[in-house]
Design a protein around this ligand. Structure first.
Ligand SMILES: Cc1ncc(COP(=O)(O)O)c(C=O)c1O
Length: 342
């Protein structure tokens, strides 16, 4: 990579090993179920998450939307924290595609008050009321916070008690699992369906997985077709996904270590506020205690060869990944120091 790109882990290019393996990938028509590489990837994902089956999908957004479409009926409501990715960053898709209403609850970094979540469930036995069709949660949350297993378990208990399915957006489930020092299935066990991304910190160029019961995945496969997401010789992508699962899941702890190193160095810059205790995965959020135009700051960093998203409300996000090592971090901190002291 020419730039030091800290905007997201989605910017990661496929590794050399992935590029070489893609050349050799065995393929077939996946709409017929004939692509051996896709089948292998789906089996691997299901096995790793202790789910009965899994489905390869083009994006995390499609995985989440397929889950909503498959679990719910039109007119249902979905209980969800107000800052969940599905609410904030999926372009209103649940209303458009599934005809459901998002019942957004106050959130503390992706966690709802559990009593409130349970009391919000509705059963549709009053003609004025919609039925709760689904509960959604996200772990790791996009604020970089990992929710404890106890929260997941309690939320899942509520879902089960009330006979409502629970979908987990686990886009970065392996980062979360690494922080919790557990295998990813320990998080996924508290969900009926789980989506995770191959194309973020795991470096695959394209693709996410949706996992759940055999029946659920069967229905999701049909819905994927409806959404136009059924692909043909997609083994060339699945091959990278297999390497992502096999190799890259085992190294995501390094990205957190780099994030902690970055936070330590940024903390030494007087106008920056960062709490290393908040760094659970590969994301560093930093408050800038100095008036500076967001675009001026990002342009100045870009001139030094560093890409970041403009700060929002005085807060910057840096995301570490496979292509960010100590050298890139030290260069970034040097540039921040220079820009903020001028
Ligand atoms: C938590 C979370 N969920 C879902 C997605 C959607 O993934 P995609 O960009 O592949 O649609 C993202 C993407 O950044 C994400 O961070």
């Amino acid at each position: 990579m020419d730039y030091i790109d800290l905007r997201s882990d989605t910017v990661t290019w496929p590794t050399e090993e992935m590029r070489k393996a893609i050349l050799e990938a065995e393929v077939g028509d996946d709409v017929y179920g004939d692509d051996p590489t896709v089948n292998r990837l789906q089996e691997m994902a299901a096995t790793m998450l202790h789910k009965e089956a899994a489905l390869f999908v083009p994006t995390g957004t499609m995985g989440n939307q397929l889950a909503i479409l498959t679990h719910t009926n039109r007119g249902d409501e979905v209980i969800i924290p107000e800052d969940n990715h599905i609410v904030v960053h999926e372009a209103g898709a649940p209303a458009l595609l599934s005809g459901v209403n998002l019942r957004c609850l106050p959130s503390d970094k992706g966690m709802m008050d559990l009593k409130k979540a349970e009391s919000t469930i509705r059963f549709g036995n009053d003609i004025h009321e919609p039925e709760t069709g689904l509960i959604c949660t996200e772990n790791a949350h996009s604020t970089g916070v990992v929710h404890p297993l106890s929260y997941m378990e309690e939320l899942y208990d509520i879902a089960k008690r009330n006979d409502v399915p629970l979908h987990l957006d686990g886009a970065r489930i392996f980062n979360a699992a690494s922080y919790l020092k557990v295998d990813a299935w320990r998080i996924a066990q508290y969900s009926d369906s789980v989506m995770f991304c191959l194309s973020k910190g795991l470096c695959a160029p394209i693709g996410s997985m949706l996992a759940g019961t055999k029946n659920f995945i069967e229905a999701a496969r049909r819905n994927r077709k409806i959404l136009g997401g059924a692909m043909r010789q997609v083994g060339i992508l699945a091959q990278a996904g297999i390497i992502a699962l096999d190799k890259m899941t085992k190294r995501v702890h390094e990205d957190r270590e780099q994030a902690l190193y970055l936070a330590k160095l940024l903390k030494e810059i007087p106008c920056l506020i960062v709490d290393p205790d908040d760094i659970h995965i590969n994301m560093v959020f930093v408050k800038i205690n100095k008036p500076i135009d967001p675009v001026t700051l990002t342009e100045a960093l870009k001139n030094d060869g560093i890409l970041v998203n403009p700060p929002v409300n005085g807060e910057m996000r840096f995301v570490t990944h496979y292509y960010i090592g100590r050298q890139q971090i030290e260069k970034t901190v040097g540039s921040m120091k220079k820009i903020l002291s001028s």
